[in-house]
Design a binder for this molecule. Structure first.
Ligand SMILES: Cc1cc2nc3c(=O)[nH]c(=O)nc-3n(C[C@H](O)[C@H](O)[C@H](O)COP(=O)(O)OP(=O)(O)OC[C@H]3O[C@@H](n4cnc5c(N)ncnc54)[C@H](O)[C@@H]3O)c2cc1C
Length: 356
């Protein structure tokens, strides 16, 4: 190889898959921001991954990723080895008893579609979540009152100690969280459904997609919900859903809907969506999020917690820390909002939270 070698490469164990030094990540992420991975590892298969992790020097960090639909990769890039599972981990297999085995790289939507085609109901909620099964298990992804925890039977995980098959109860799944150590790589999951007619399942998925499109900026560069709901659960989408402690409502009440910082913006359509309007840096996105947290704390006394994972090296002072930062401080009477927004209230079903 004639390309400049990242110094880390010489310390990595041999693999059958691919080790790519200084791999730019922005193009792989939903937000289209962030610096490179020191090294991106795409294992050939589970054995390759296990052997690599077992032989990896302990001081080299690893970070498993899916399709970065819940991650802000900082502009300075990610230290160590980023593990991205490819096609070898994307299989979907229908099992007896209305179960399905999915590789961690399989997209949630494909898994839901495969389940529907096989007459397996209960996984419809996965159809509208844009991540992979690995990310879904790690985050206990869910919407409209259904979570991975409701359908997960077991997951296979590989870390430096080797492969392990863990029953769902051992994963400590909570609201958008799990007890999995950050370096543990989910490689496979078995999900439990129930029988139903494929057409009925497909109709429910179509309904969920339409509901999303009506309440969320699904075409924008975002990571879905930015902050955890202080209520401790996602929206159910049901009429009795309590909006009082929804992050979007607190953000709205703090006057942050539509707020901008550089190319970063709080969505006009959904106040808990942080979007890249085209030219944002990771630093701008993160700083705008921090500004929202400050304003929400001031207006409601509630400290919002990030749901989106922020990973990588911070380059220079964060924009929020710059005293001369002009935005989002707005001159009186000239709110820094996009056209036509700000009037939406939470009265409509889930107030633009769309279950995320
Ligand atoms: C438009 C939009 C709507 C969304 N709506 C929802 C929603 O309704 N409900 C919801 O829960 N989420 C939602 N999300 C967020 C996101 O899609 C989920 O959190 C998803 O589960 C993340 O999966 P991913 O593969 O992209 O993971 P990534 O974003 O790549 O990673 C997320 C986390 O999972 C870890 N991870 C990823 N893959 C693995 C693996 N194989 N093994 C171990 N750890 C891993 C990462 O280290 C990281 O901590 C939405 C995002 C967008 C952009």
């Amino acid at each position: 190889m004639t390309t400049a070698m990242h110094p880390l490469l010489s310390r990595l164990p041999p693999v059958r898959g691919r080790l790519i030094p200084d791999r730019p990540l922005a193009e792989l992420t939903w937000l289209r921001v962030g610096g490179p991975a020191d090294v991106l590892f795409q294992p050939a298969d589970a054995e390759d991954l296990a052997a690599f992790l077992a032989a990896l020097p302990g001081d080299i960090p690893v970070l498993p990723v899916g399709v970065f639909s819940n991650m802000i990769v900082r502009d300075g890039g990610i230290e160590g080895v980023v593990i991205r599972l490819g096609r070898a981990f994307a299989g979907i297999e229908v099992l007896p008893g209305h179960r399905l085995r999915a590789g961690a790289a399989a997209l949630d939507a494909r898994v839901a579609e495969a389940a529907a085609a096989a007459g397996i109901a209960g996984l419809e909620f996965l159809r509208t979540i844009p991540g992979t099964i690995g990310g879904a298990v790690r985050m206990n992804a869910g919407c409209y009152g259904r979570y991975v925890a409701d359908v997960l039977v077991e997951a296979t995980v590989i870390d430096r100690a080797g492969p392990r098959r863990l029953p769902a109860a051992a994963l400590g799944l909570g609201y958008r969280s799990s007890a999995l150590p950050p370096e543990a790589v989910v490689v496979e999951a078995v999900l439990q459904g129930r029988p139903d007619a494929p057409a009925a399942i497909a109709a429910r998925m179509a309904e969920a997609l339409a509901r999303r499109a009506a309440t969320q900026p699904v075409g924008a560069r975002s990571c879905g919900s930015t902050f955890r709901n202080p209520a401790g659960r996602s929206s159910t989408g049901l009429p009795d859903d309590d909006h009082a402690l929804k992050a979007w409502r607190l953000i709205d009440q703090a006057g942050c809907r539509g707020l901008r910082l550089g190319g970063a913006q709080i969505s006009e359509m959904h106040a808990n969506f942080l979007i890249n309007t085209g030219s944002a840096t990771a630093a701008e996105l993160e700083a705008l999020g921090e500004e929202v947290r400050k304003r929400v704390l001031k207006s409601s006394g509630i400290r919002l917690e990030w749901e989106v994972a922020r990973v990588g090296r911070i380059t220079g002072p964060a924009p929020s820390a710059r005293p001369s930062d002009p935005a989002p401080h707005q001159p009186a009477g000239a709110p820094d909002r996009a056209e036509g927004g700000g009037q939406e209230e939470g009265g409509r079903e889930d107030g633009g939270s769309g279950g995320a």
